[in-house]
Design a protein around this ligand. Structure first.
Ligand SMILES: Nc1nc2c(ncn2[C@@H]2O[C@H](COP(=O)(O)OP(=O)(O)O)[C@@H](O)[C@H]2O)c(=O)[nH]1
Ligand SMILES: [Mg+2]
Length: 465
């Protein structure tokens, strides 16, 4: 098996042209077509030359309109985030450059949380990239990379090392972005002073365990010139920068320079690290900055984000799992309440049935009262209404036979009868009578009845009951 594999490999190495040697060309062509994206974040005090540097680095005018804040505004001002994008093209290569600026950084009297907004902004870009990356179809094709690839952290030339605000901000940003420290307005320092400040800053970075951009280790087979350049750039950190957007002619040569009373400085010369920074950002390390952003910072963010999502999910699950007793109690309580409501409903239904029955009886009574009521003028204490329930209606209409002067009356043709007696105006009594024989009910009432008028009425309406 091993022999066969060896022979296959041998055979493959013998093939002279397969076609994959054109891969770099394909990548090159595709990249040219697509263009490159790079997002730079500049952080630092107002007036340190951030905008000037960005303009001079990319030979563009990103900050044409410059609005200066009043002193009073500055005191209360909080940090804001602004983005500017320029589509640049150089020898057919397109670069979409986005510069994220942080005007107001360090301006306010309370600089405690200046870094907070910046770190939030960086995380937001990671999150939106994550959302696009996790989407499907056309959405995924439109994936926009607004993640910050590099942060130029500006330090003033008049300090002795890192200030508390610098330490705090850098420590907060170090895990999110590639930090590259820069000393702005380096023309305010002599060569010696600049060297001392650089050393102090590097010592502080070491002392406070701040992680700045780490240069990749050169391979042994790397180009010697590249190794030299890489070394020079690495040793220049933190870059001492002099910025200028003014192009002037000196000795027939056009330069970007600053004119002083004592002479002119070409910012691209060795007098500062502007050229090195430009090489670092625009040519030698741009891709490494992007790779680190994607492979380290973004991956760290994504892992943390997924972990936090996972944790909250686990918490929810464990919440459910560890509260069975509580849940059972809750269910028991609900059951109890339902049971209670059921009982109440039953009682109500019973009550309704009773009320209906009462109502029927009352209706009957009302009917009797209506039909057999004692005449208005009659002062009699006793009335003797007779009512037959519907089931008691005999085939022949009932007939009330009465005997004047006797305390009895007889109903013929009746299956049964309800004899209502009004004892007085407020109380009544009812007797239910069944016929003794031949459907005849004999009823003895006391005291004697005086009004039989209604019984006549009854006889006429009995069939309608
Ligand atoms: N002396 C000196 N002045 C500079 C330098 N860079 C910019 N400036 C000037 O400093 C002022 C503020 O620059 P600006 O780029 O707006 O600073 P920002 O607030 O940090 O963006 C402007 O007048 C610039 O011309 C520099 O390297 N040296
Ligand atoms: Mg500015």
């Amino acid at each position: 098996m091993a022999l066969r594999r060896l022979s296959t490999r041998k055979r493959r190495t013998k093939v002279e042209h397969v076609g994959f040697s054109s891969l770099p060309e394909q990548v090159h062509r595709k990249s040219l077509k697509k263009g490159f994206e790079f997002t730079l974040l500049v952080v630092g005090d107002t007036g340190l030359g951030k905008s000037t540097l960005v303009n001079s680095l990319f030979m563009t005018d990103l900050y044409s309109e410059r609005i200066l804040d009043e002193v009073t505004e500055k005191i209360s001002k909080t940090i804001s985030i602004t983005t500017r994008t320029a589509e640049l093209e150089e020898k057919g290569v397109k670069l979409k450059l986005t510069v994220v600026d942080t005007p107001g950084f360090g301006d306010s009297l309370n600089t405690d949380e200046s870094w907070k907004k910046i770190s939030e902004y960086i995380d937001q870009q990671f999150y939106s990239y994550y959302l696009h990356e996790s989407s499907y179809g056309i959405e995924r094709k439109r994936l926009q990379d607004t993640r910050i690839h590099c942060c130029l952290y500006f330090l003033p030339p008049y300090v002795r090392g890192l200030r508390p605000i610098d330490i705090e901000t850098m420590k907060c940003l170090q895990s999110r972005v590639n930090i590259v420290p820069v000393i702005g307005k380096a023309d305010a320092l002599t060569k010696k002073e600049l060297e001392t400040l650089k050393n102090n800053i590097l010592n502080d970075i070491d002392k406070y365990d701040i992680k700045i951009y780490e240069f990749p280790v050169c391979d042994s087979d790397d180009d010697e010139d590249f190794k030299k350049l890489d070394n020079e750039i690495k040793n220049a950190i933190p870059f001492g920068i002099i910025g200028s957007n003014t192009v002037m002619e000196v000795g027939g040569k056009r330069i970007r320079g600053r004119a002083y009373p004592w002479g002119i400085i070409d910012i691209e010369s060795d007098c500062c690290d502007f050229a090195k920074l430009r090489t670092f950002l625009c040519s030698s390390h741009m891709q490494d900055l992007k790779d680190l952003t994607h492979d380290i910072h973004y991956e760290n963010y994504r892992t943390d984000f997924l972990k936090s999502q996972n944790n909250s999910l686990c918490e929810q699950i464990s919440d459910q799992a560890y509260k069975p007793r509580e849940n059972k109690l809750r269910i028991d309580e609900t059951d109890k309440l339902l049971q209670q409501k059921d009982n109440e409903l039953k009682k109500l239904q019973e009550l309704i049935v009773k009320m209906k029955q009462n109502l029927n009886t009352k209706n009957e009574i009302l009917f009797v009262e209506k039909n057999f009521a004692v005449e208005e003028n009659s002062k009699s204490e006793e009335i003797l209404p007779v009512i037959l329930p519907p089931e008691a209606i005999p085939s022949k209409p009932p007939q009330v036979l009465r005997t004047f002067g006797k305390s009895t009356f007889t109903i013929a043709n009746a299956n049964c009868a309800i004899i209502n007696r009004a004892l007085n105006k407020n109380s009544k009594s009812s007797d239910f009578c069944l016929p003794s024989k031949n459907n005849t009910i004999n009823y003895n009432f006391k005291p004697q009845s005086t009004n039989f008028q209604n019984l006549n009425n009854y006889q006429t309406s009995s069939t309608a009951i």
